[in-house]
Write a protein that binds this ligand. Sequence first.
Ligand code: FAD
Length: 450
Amino acid sequence: MSDDEQRTGLPVVVVGAGPVGLAAAAHLLDRGLEPLVLEAGEQAGAHVREWHNVRLFSRWGEVIDPVGEKLLAPTGWTPPDPDTYATGQEWAQRYLQPLAEVLGARVRFGARVIGVARRGRDRVVDAGRETEPLTVHVQTVDGEERILARAVVDASGTWASPNPLGGDGLPAIGERAAAGRIAYQVPDLTDPDVRARYAGRRIAVAGSGHSALTALVAFAELAGTEPGTHVDWLLRRGQVGDTFGGGDGDQLPARGALGTRAAAAVEAGHITTVTGFRTAAVEQTGDGVVLESLDGRRLPPVDEVVVLTGFRPDLSWLSEVRLDLDPTLQAARALAPLIDPNVHSCGTVYPHGATELAQPEPGVFLVGMKSYGRAPTFLAMTGYEQVRSVAAALAGDHEAAGRVELVLPDTGVCGGAGLFDDPDPTASGGGCCGPAEPVAVTVGAVGLDR
Ligand SMILES: Cc1cc2nc3c(=O)[nH]c(=O)nc-3n(C[C@H](O)[C@H](O)[C@H](O)COP(=O)(O)OP(=O)(O)OC[C@H]3O[C@@H](n4cnc5c(N)ncnc54)[C@H](O)[C@@H]3O)c2cc1C
């Protein structure tokens, strides 16, 4: 058997059984390729299940991959009403889990990928990169394994690496020590224990993306029934600006409505907005946690801190493959100029796929949430389009890989550039959002989880 035949007999390893990883597997199978999904968690959608309480702003019809649906159809699976909205839990249970079940043994749970390399070659060695298979290093409860792969599609997301509170991207001094008082996800206030933790408390919420807005709405409701509950809302940017999004102008109505509800929650008076606050220190005092900003401002003590400042990709286990990522966003380089929140208030993304997502390492693709690096505007439907194209490319159908099959909704906030973390957003110029080419489509700025 030739090297090439040996390599093409190997599976395409997909890292992660989240929405995009499972869609990748469905598309690969549809193309006659053999996927092997390695999932660190014990169930499909392990990350999505961690934000089980959050309701999506996309309708069901926008978070189900068409080829995934095709695979499910013969099983008697009933699609949810496409015009309704799932919570994270429902997305996982009603769609991701059944899809993983159809894929059967092609999805392995409890299998954490801890490394990817070219067989027998570290990243420095040129020879054999086109011919040798990739080796995937896997950790399971039974120990370590090595799996040979013809290609690796990394759909491992970014949820597991939340940004810290520290304004410089590293934990603020005292942040680690105060871990018991800090949460890095939207609290589930329907859980009695969690509710008791926040009821009647002074809370600092940091961030300005969807998660932060969701938390503000939830805490404002809590404050309505639990006297004494108060939120200091910390923003790094100099003014609230378009943080509440496009409202009625958002083509995803639930996303627009979330901003409107958050604005009303702030108006209602249980929330104090603190702008231009870049946290430098977290001090635990007898009266609570005191946050100090870089410019020396100290806030009144709080009992709890909720940090919702976005996510970053974990690239540690990709150190032996050759990647070409944008130095600012750690996103696929070709995407970065389109989604950089320093430049775009809206993020105008051209339909993209295998060409933009391919890495210098042959056969390695970063897809899904991870392909956006630190940029906050990712939508599941973008990921489904990415993996459609990547699967086509791996199957050798370059015409289909290059085809554009993506239409994304508009946020209604496109009108200016660079509101991201800007102390003086009024000084920013506009005009970033007009389509530079006829094929441009637009995704939302309201998701700036900073
Ligand atoms: C709170 C919240 C709400 C959102 N709402 C919407 C919405 O309404 N509409 C929308 O379109 N998008 C939404 N998104 C954005 C995006 O669509 C989701 O984050 C989506 O889950 C991304 O899918 P993914 O498959 O790329 O990554 P993930 O869902 O993060 O899945 C990654 C999977 O990889 C696994 N994994 C990670 N590391 C490893 C490893 N080393 N080895 C093996 N497995 C690993 C994880 O356990 C996980 O199961 C939301 C995101 C968040 C956080």
